[in-house]
Design a protein around this ligand. Sequence first.
Ligand code: NAD
Length: 284
Amino acid sequence: MTANIIDGKKIAADIRENIRLQVNERIKRGKRVPGLAVILIGNNPASQVYVKHKRAACEQAGVYSVSYDLPRETTQHELLTIIDELNNNTQIDGILVQLPLPDHIDSQLVIEHIQPNKDVDGFHPENIGKLALRIPAMRPCTPYGVMHLLDSIGETYKGRHAVIVGASNIVGRPMMLELILAGATVTLCHRFTADTAAFVQQADIVIAAAGKPGLVKGEWIKEGATVIDVGINRLETGKLTGDIEFTKASERAKWITPVPGGVGPMTVAMLLQNTLNACNKHPF
Ligand code: NAD
């Protein structure tokens, strides 16, 4: 079997185009454009690239974006003050603070300071809690993007076994909640799992999000499985690679996402979707 590629780049572009049309519709009806504030602290090269993509996507979709490029020395108090202002700014629907933050800033405190209805990353405990309680509000972008990719290939979830490798707050855990909500049976593997291979071998859907290049071996993949690689790892050669042995996995899977061009573009598209959804909740 040679797997079909799930083209995240194309699916994300379609979503962004749809958002652009909806923003145009709002303008025609005399409503304001959605607004997103993107805050970057310090000069982490990977964060700079992610933020650049997010800002460019806003511009392309006609979403108003405000950029805060702050020095590494920015204090926690200064950051919380900016978030207070943005929480009260009626032109702003979404507030994104690019993680990781410098060590002198408490990330969890910052996440909890963002008003839940402006938490377009979906990391606030209220939004994670609502997802757990089956009343999703603002959904974490990467898992939400993965669900769109699975929906695009007609995944039915019910009676299917999904195995997630990686249990972080931003990917693995909310991914588990999304998949349970959709009706799948879910196994969540993490660094203390005794035999991750044994679980992956049983999976109808494999989601890898550990940040370890080649961790999931091609021979672990069950024939006909759907394989989603969330991992983004930069090799010494400068090449980007995922967590899954792509070539060998492709020989067994029915569907597979590439890295780059799979989940990455979806995360940005979902950020815009969350911003538009937040904006649509207002009458103006
Ligand atoms: P993280 O380091 O916060 O979490 C990694 C998780 O993997 C942990 O739960 C850990 O227990 C688990 N893990 C580590 N080694 C393991 C092993 N040998 N077996 C099983 N589990 C193991 O990472 P993160 O922030 O969730 O990111 C994971 C990867 O996804 C990274 O490569 C990151 O760059 C990528 N990522 C991609 C996107 C995207 O848009 N495509 C978004 C976020 C993160």
